[in-house]
Design a protein around this ligand. Structure first.
Ligand code: ADE
Length: 252
């Protein structure tokens, strides 16, 4: 029962659904526009949440409580954390962690250790693991998928076919434009990408007991150049995440 809830943060991300989504009606709540309609023959409520964990949590909660969605999907861009990944590559989140959740002491970020959950019963420190059954279905749905090549202008390097990865995605209310922090996050979490909404959606979905999938394509590498790469590559990169999300909608 219920439609799918599909969240993006910014116009460059939601734009890729335009050709595949037909809105039947829309409803404004708290300044957010929820478009109710059809994507590839499925009932979907599509919404642009804006940036950050709080916006994502508000929108996720409204999708569940007001629109009765049966699952949450997030499609968007991220900064690369794993140096093995390049701009345009896509990451399906198998774990989502709020990297800015913890204690600061002596100028150092102390992430809460697994097993010290600030909310009883929900291990927010460890993060949110993708259900193994859903992961298997997602892998099967994406098997053999080859994304369209991105031009050299769309990657800042060479023209290439984006890679499709499964891995850890970090979430925090900070745009990463800092090589030192990117390196610390890679060493702390062995993560593939960093963004600003995904773990928030995972937390809300977990509280409601509904499935979720977060897919991110890399617009930048979160280091010294990310403030220039992000605006240059964001729109083209976001196409990859949208392409995967349309296929993954079939498994939810
Ligand atoms: N989304 C896209 N690039 C990002 C970055 N470098 N930091 C956080 N969120 C992002």
């Amino acid at each position: 029962g219920g439609p799918l809830g599909l969240i993006c943060a910014i116009p460059e991300e939601i734009a890729h659904f335009g050709a595949h989504f037909r809105a039947d009606s829309e409803r404004q709540i708290a300044g957010f526009t929820f478009q109710q309609g059809d994507m590839d023959g499925r009932a979907v409520v599509l919404v642009e949440a804006g940036i950050g964990k709080v916006n994502a949590a508000i929108v996720a909660t409204l999708l569940l409580q007001v629109f009765g969605v049966r699952a949450l999907l997030f499609s968007g861009v991220a900064g690369g954390v794993d140096p093995a990944l390049a701009i345009g590559d896509v990451v399906v989140a198998t774990r989502l962690v709020q990297h800015d959740y913890g204690a600061l002491a002596g100028g150092e970020m102390k992430v809460y250790q697994p097993g010290v959950p600030p909310l009883p019963g929900f291990d927010d420190a460890h993060g949110y693991d993708l259900d193994s059954g859903l992961e298997a279905k997602a892998r099967a749905a994406l098997d053999g998928l080859v994304l369209p090549a991105l031009s050299a202008a769309a990657t800042g390097g060479e023209a290439r076919v984006p890679g499709i990865h499964f891995g850890t995605v970090l979430t925090g209310d900070q745009f990463l434009n800092c090589e030192t922090s990117r390196d610390r996050l890679f060493r702390t979490f062995a993560a593939q990408a960093v963004e600003m909404e995904g773990a928030s959606v995972a937390q809300v979905a977990t509280r409601w007991g509904v499935p979720y999938l977060v897919v991110r394509s890399l617009s930048d590498l979160a280091g010294a150049d990310s403030h220039m790469d992000f605006p240059a590559f964001c729109r083209a990169a976001a196409a990859g995440a949208a392409e995967l999300i349309r296929r993954l909608a079939a498994v939810l």
